[in-house]
Design a protein around this ligand. Structure first.
Ligand code: NAI
Ligand code: AKG
Length: 528
């Protein structure tokens, strides 16, 4: 049974879901990195929030790990590149805490506009400073959103309800969507110059890092206010300090910081700064949502292969998973065969084409192609799976093409995989037969029907009398039992193929002997 570790403070609902789905689960929030590294080898899944850092070192210590589930949105605490390279699926819960985080941004905006935290502290201190706290109305003010995805668009909706004018900069926001959600799409410089309140809702990436730079702050309206409930690192904190101190900006509300936990900062000494300790997602509702969702997604993946909200893998719904599973196996086997037959002397692989004919063409093909690529690349590169195969193919400059033919030909459903190297093209085709069993039906255009076996021998030979007898005798003399035997040829007397299912691995010496037999062109031992 798959085993899952929860290493951050997730709602207990997650533990219950894992248990109800029949998984073994350990709840150990607050482990130090070294403690986590020590135990991670025993787990198939790791469920986290933002405290656990999933580093390359941690992944190196986790040979069984198949999935990291982030109960939340940002995955900047996960080294996704290293996870992908190791074939670990990384999933998040993109919607579960979006409303809560948007509400926090709105709360921060109100807190800034009316100086609520300072006024509260002063009142509780018995000062009754009625004249000290003069606020501003939100009504009629311009709110600038940098990032208008899930959270940004909810913030926009709430701000429109407050009768603010909302402008947004987001390179991926279409004009149509902007109209739908009632925001004016603008360029970044325009937004910076026009916003009375500026709020950030992007992930932290190379492009967004320091988007509110010293220069950007200088171009903000005098008296503008900044809200950051997205990620520290989007704002130059030193420049922000200077602008608040000089009075260029009237206030800033920060939920996130360059370094977290943020236990000290010059910003904490300024009275026009409102701070919360990364509380954007901290409501009972959001935490319940993300915990339930991440546990369900991880359990689905570990138990059925269904993939939702993965950052580094195509989605497979729970309904699709059982239908796709036998095809994934077929694609993996065809790829595995092609990969094993692609010898070093064939030259580098330039392209891999996967054609889907008949009923398979109606399915979600990206996971099937990923499985085929994993099959091809595993014999060549070692540990490759559906997660890292597309990335590895791309890194090696292998062009991957996927085509479909909805009409079925000789077979009601068929997958044909072609590997193109510097020197040749080799196509291998297969189908599913009764009980979804994968069956090979053609190699290099030569019809040869064979079931896959864990160990096989593939021989190409000239189609002339004498081959079968000598071949059978060579195996018999070496004590190698033939479990299944399949033949195919291009034309009488032409190129022929012989595929043999074996009960165990082909001994090297016997393989060398087969290669020496008259009429044999080449022989390769295959293992699946
Ligand atoms: N404070 C907290 O507790 C929480 C913070 N977050 C943060 O909020 C961020 C946004 O979350 P969602 O709205 O759900 O993500 P999302 O992916 O739905 O939206 C992000 C938007 O940013 C846009 N974007 C990307 N690069 C950009 C750029 N260079 N300039 C302008 N826009 C750009 C994208 O096109 C996208 O529309 C997350 O990445 C996370 O870092 C999320 C949840 C809780
Ligand atoms: O888990 C948390 O409290 C942080 C949430 C967050 O930052 C996110 O979902 O991106």
């Amino acid at each position: 049974m798959p085993k899952v570790l929860i290493s951050d403070k997730l709602s207990p609902a997650a533990v219950q879901i894992f248990k109800d789905r029949g998984l073994d689960v350990d709840f150990k929030p607050g482990l130090k990195p070294a403690e986590l590294r020590e135990i991670i080898a025993g787990y198939d899944g790791l469920a986290i929030r933002s405290a656990t850092k999933v580093t390359r070192e941690l992944l190196d210590a986790a040979p069984k790990l198949k999935v990291v589930g982030r109960a939340g949105i940002g995955v900047d605490n996960v080294d996704v590149t290293s996870a992908t390279a190791r074939g670990v699926v990384v999933m998040n819960t993109p919607f579960g805490n979006a409303i809560t985080t948007a509400e926090h941004a709105i709360a921060m905006m109100f807190a800034l506009a009316r100086q609520i935290p300072e006024a509260s502290a002063s009142t509780k201190a018995g000062k009754w400073e009625k004249n000290r706290f003069m606020g501003v109305e939100l009504f009629g003010k311009t709110l600038g959103l940098i990032g208008c995805g899930n959270i940004g668009s909810i913030v926009a909706d709430r701000a429109l309800g407050l009768k603010m004018k909302v402008i947004a900069f987001d390179p991926f926001l279409s004009e149509k969507r902007a109209v739908e959600i009632g925001v004016e799409k603008v360029e970044l410089n325009d937004l910076i110059a026009r916003a009375d309140f500026l709020t950030l809702h992007t992930p932290l990436t190379e492009q967004t890092k320091n988007v509110i730079s010293r220069d950007a702050i200088a171009r903000m309206k005098k008296g503008a206010r900044l809200i950051n409930c997205a990620r520290g690192g989007l704002v130059d904190e030193a420049a922000l300090f200077d602008a608040l101190k000089s009075g260029h900006l009237a206030g800033a509300a920060l939920d996130v910081f360059e370094t977290e936990p943020a236990t000290e900062s010059p910003l904490f000494g300024l009275e026009n700064v409102v701070c919360t300790p990364h509380l954007g997602a901290a409501t009972a509702e959001a935490q319940e949502n993300v915990a339930l969702q991440v546990a369900d997604q991880m359990a689905d993946f570990l138990l059925t292969g269904a993939v939702s909200n993965a950052i580094n893998m195509p989605s497979v719904t729970a309904e699709e998973a059982p239908r796709l599973k036998p095809y994934m196996e077929l694609a993996r086997l065809l790829g595995g065969m092609a990969g094993q037959l692609t010898a070093a002397q064939d030259g580098a692989i330039k392209a891999i084409r996967v054609e889907y004919e008949g009923s398979v063409a109606e399915l979600n093909l990206r996971p099937l192609t990923a499985a085929a690529l994993a099959g091809v690349l595993t014999p060549l590169l070692g540990s490759v799976n559906m997660v890292n195969a597309p990335v590895l193919a791309k890194q090696r400059g292998i062009e991957v093409a996927e085509t479909t033919v909805e009409r079925s030909g000789e077979y009601q459903t068929l997958v044909r995989l072609t590997v193109v190297t510097d020197r040749f093209e080799r196509a291998i085709a297969g189908t599913l037969v009764a009980e979804n069993k994968p069956r090979l039906v053609a190699i290099k255009g030569i019809a040869v029907e064979a079931d896959f076996a864990a160990h096989m021998l593939y021989v190409t030979n000239q189609d002339k009398p004498g081959f079968i007898g000598r071949f059978g005798t060579a195996l018999a003399d070496a004590g190698v039992n033939i479990a299944t035997f399949h033949l195919g040829r291009s034309a009488p007397g032409g190129d022929a193929i012989c595929l043999v299912g074996l009960d165990g691995p082909m001994p090297d010496g016997v393989l060398a002997g087969v290669r020496e037999l008259p009429l044999v062109v080449q022989a390769t031992a295959l293992a699946f």
